[in-house]
Design a protein around this ligand. Sequence first.
Ligand code: HEC
Ligand code: HEC
Length: 248
Amino acid sequence: MKKIIALVMALSFAPAISFAGGPPPATQAGIESKDYKWNAQEGEKIEALKLKGNAKDGKEGYEVCGACHLPSGAGRPDGTFPQLAGQHTTVLIKQMADIRAGLRDNPTMYPFAKELTDAQELANVSAYIESLCIPAVHGMYEGPDAAKQIADGKVMYEKECIECHKANGEGVKDKFYPVLAGQHYKYLLRQMTEIRDGHRRNANPDMVKIIKKYDNQQLVAISAYQASLSMPGSTCKAGPAAKTSKKK
Ligand code: HEC
Ligand code: HEC
């Protein structure tokens, strides 16, 4: 019943443009609502977290994802699609469920996330992504002032982010704190801007409070620093896997 109501609401508020893949995502208030718990354990997410994922089965489920995130899970250095390889399974599962629930204003993936209601399938796809090696290259800040931006970003990061995202940007798996190291610079910058401006409403409110006070320039510096860190885990060797990732 709830689903039907959400669908009807989504349809009645739909803008005149429609896009392939059905109705636009319902949007949820998330952290803008007093009762929202950013890490509430419910729905397909909690089921998927309890299940053991089968990477073999997940490979098949991942095929459709590869169209955007690339078969290697490297995403795009221009930041349109995040790198998924190297991310914690808990984070992958939470973000997929949250995108489906309308907590991130990004309709591109919604039609695909919408289909992912099966907890075992979610667990399988995440297990498959976890099995991918970490691409050797990713999008970095490339301005001539990169060294200064990274240095400024490091100071801010170590003051306010390290507590949750840890010294090397490795995050904390069982707390849903994402790996930031190795992620594309432009994706990080876009996410930080969206978190600050209320377009991504599924984050830890303590982080949102911190990010709210940063101006665009500070977000550039801190993103440049995050992207300069290396993702923990096994890096891809040159070979078939590396070939699938797009060279800049
Ligand atoms: C049509 C392109 C497209 C397809 C297909 C797609 N995604 Fe995405 N995905 C995106 C975009 C764009 C984002 C970034 C969303 C944003 O900026 O809020 C994203 C974000 C994500 C994130 C969040 C990453 C993070 O660091 O927060 C996960 C996890 C994810 N996708 C997994 C998947 C999986 C698994 C599939 C296949 C079932 C899939 N995606 C299919 C476009 C796509
Ligand atoms: C209190 C813990 C906490 C603090 C402090 C914190 N974060 Fe986060 N951060 C999180 C959590 C939890 C998420 C995942 C939120 C979600 O589920 O959407 C996240 C997500 C992110 C993302 C999105 C990653 C992705 O893959 O989509 C970025 C970027 C980020 N944080 C950067 C920062 C920066 C920079 C700081 C310091 C200015 C910071 N965070 C401080 C907990 C924290």
